[in-house]
Design a binder for this molecule. Structure first.
Ligand code: B12
Length: 473
């Protein structure tokens, strides 16, 4: 093919006057709830294909990018749907994104920033425990007088946290920006690469100077506080100290999908919200059926589950579980400072029984999602990710029901609590569960921060006590 001597003016015009404005409009319509996320991704796919075509006529001149973003999910965190969406939207709005993947050590970020002279860095995290990496990065950048603006996003962070990270230890003047969505990130990046950058950063600095943290007054922790929960006679489990494992061949996904929360699938995981969602509801029911068929025929999921019953006793906020090897494993559960002063350990008496479970839809699906994103099949990757997420939740409900059936408890008895949620916030307690259930023998391992690999996995403790309820601390 003829080396590109010149950039074809029509190509530039099409890019700047038609395609980029069209993607901008897509973003605005999404922001206004007039377009659902799958259609945003479909537009991004068209944009990618159009730009690929245009590139035949575009001389890849130096600087023929709106800006360079180094992006990744922080160290210890395996969740990348958020990061992938940011990459898709930034790339299809003229930016060059250096995607370093997930579980990215700080050193790798620093090297890439230096290598490509990035205009900004984008950090993503799903859990509070891993979002600390954002603080560590800003502390390092501040200490080394770096000048790179930092964009932060993810399910478990908020502006309060990011403002604190930006201000503690002296305002990090290049800016630390909390981005609730990918489009917030895009707006911030547009300002950071525009002529108005200096003003934009100065306005941010002024805002952060005035910003003071809204401290939520917590009632004095009264260590003597106790809940009125009285232990009950525990149900008799069919076995003790025995780990039950389900391999993919043992799991009928059609059975599991009976526990799937379709509302959460359509609205939360498939992004069907806003005005245009109503019109396409029927369409998505059909899509759900189609995807289930595809997952079964192409074996896209490798569902596995483990659970078991163990002897235990609760005392003074600690739940001590008897490991079959005689070891006493202790879960220190926090006590709520709210009126009932609830604590998970209160639900267990002297000679009691507790069940633990861990489930996953496997690694294969994460690899396929990654592959499809590389092939710019963003929409399919998004739909598959959403179904994987909800199937992981459905697996947890399916096993939970099995435990309730075996313990002959029903109704709302047998609540399952997952670490990282308010009643038991410390995900590092997954390490204790891994000693009891050995989920690694079913393909589930833990990162340093206690996150589960594969990404679409959950773990939980099942409480048989009839008065058990979900509570905040
Ligand atoms: C779906 C979900 C899951 C799914 C997986 C999610 C995934 N991403 O793969 C499953 C069911 C597997 C799961 C598991 C767990 N989860 Co969960 N999960 C959620 C849920 C409901 C939605 C998260 C999500 O995927 N959102 C959709 C994506 C697209 O949004 P996002 O990642 O936030 O990204 C968007 C923005 O944040 C932004 N963004 C993100 N990153 C970046 C970066 C930049 C630079 C920019 C500009 C923007 C940006 O743009 C993206 C698009 O707009 C949240 C609650 C919530 N509503 O957020 C809880 C939540 C994150 N989970 C939570 C927990 C505790 C867990 C478990 C630890 C529970 C357990 N013990 O088993 C496990 C851990 C799993 C593991 N592998 O370790 C807690 C975390 C709290 C905490 N302590 O940190 C949450 C907050 C629920 C809660 N209310 O407490 N979870």
């Amino acid at each position: 093919m003829q080396p590109k001597e010149i950039t074809h003016p029509a190509a530039i015009k099409t890019l700047n006057d038609d395609l980029l404005p069209a993607m901008k409009e897509v973003g605005d319509k999404f922001g206004a709830g007039e377009l659902i996320l799958p259609f945003v991704l479909k537009s991004a796919e068209c944009m990618k294909a159009a730009v690929a075509e245009l590139e035949k006529y575009l001389l890849k001149e130096k600087g023929s990018t709106k800006g360079k973003l180094v992006l990744g999910t922080v160290y210890g965190d395996v969740h990348d749907i958020g990061k992938n969406l940011v990459k898709t939207i930034f790339e299809n709005n003229g930016y060059t994104v250096y995607d370093l993947g997930k579980q990215v050590p700080m050193q790798k970020f620093l090297e890439k920033i230096e290598e490509v002279k990035a205009d900004a860095i984008g950090l993503s995290a799903l859990l509070v425990s891993t979002s600390k990496q954002m603080q560590f990065f800003v502390e390092h950048a501040r200490k080394n007088n770096m000048q790179i603006p930092v964009l932060c996003g993810g399910a478990a962070i908020n502006s309060n946290y990011i403002n604190r990270v930006a201000k503690d230890g002296g305002i990090y003047t290049p800016g630390v920006f909390y981005c609730k969505t990918m489009f917030d990130g895009l707006k911030t990046m547009d300002s950071l690469v525009s002529q108005e950058k200096t003003q934009f950063v100065e306005q941010w600095q002024k805002r952060i100077e005035k910003w003071t943290e809204t401290i939520v007054e917590k009632p004095e922790e009264n260590i003597m506080a106790r809940s009125d929960i009285k232990p009950v006679t525990p149900p008799v489990p069919p076995h003790l100290n025995k780990v039950i494992r389900f391999e993919p061949k043992d799991i009928d996904l059609n059975e599991v999908w009976k526990f799937l929360d379709k509302k959460s699938l359509f609205v939360l995981s498939w992004g069907l919200r806003g005005k245009s969602a109503k019109e396409s509801e029927a369409e998505h029911e059909a899509l759900f059926e189609e995807w289930k068929k595809k997952i079964l025929t192409e074996k896209l999921f490798e569902p596995r589950a483990v659970y078991g019953y163990f002897k235990c006793h609760g005392k003074d906020g600690n739940l001590t579980v008897d490991h079959p090897n005689g070891e006493k494993l202790v879960f220190e559960f926090p006590r709520s400072s709210r009126s009932k002063h609830l604590c998970l350990a209160d639900y267990f008496g002297q000679d009691d029984v507790v069940a633990f479970q861990a489930v996953t839809v496997g690694t294969k699906v994460s690899d396929i999602i990654e592959q499809w994103n590389k092939e710019d099949k963003y929409t399919d990757a998004y739909y598959l990710h959403g179904l994987a997420v909800e199937t992981a939740e459905a697996m947890a409900a399916w096993i939970n029901q099995k435990i309730k059936d075996e313990l002959k408890i029903d109704g709302k008895r047998g609540l399952r609590y997952s670490w990282g949620y308010p009643s038991c916030p410390d995900v590092s307690q997954h390490y204790i569960v891994w000693k009891l259930l050995e989920p690694e023998k079913s393909g589930m391992t833990l990162t340093e921060s206690g996150q589960i690999i594969p990404e679409q996995s959950t773990a939980a403790i099942v409480v048989h006590h009839p008065e058990a309820e979900y509570f905040a601390l």
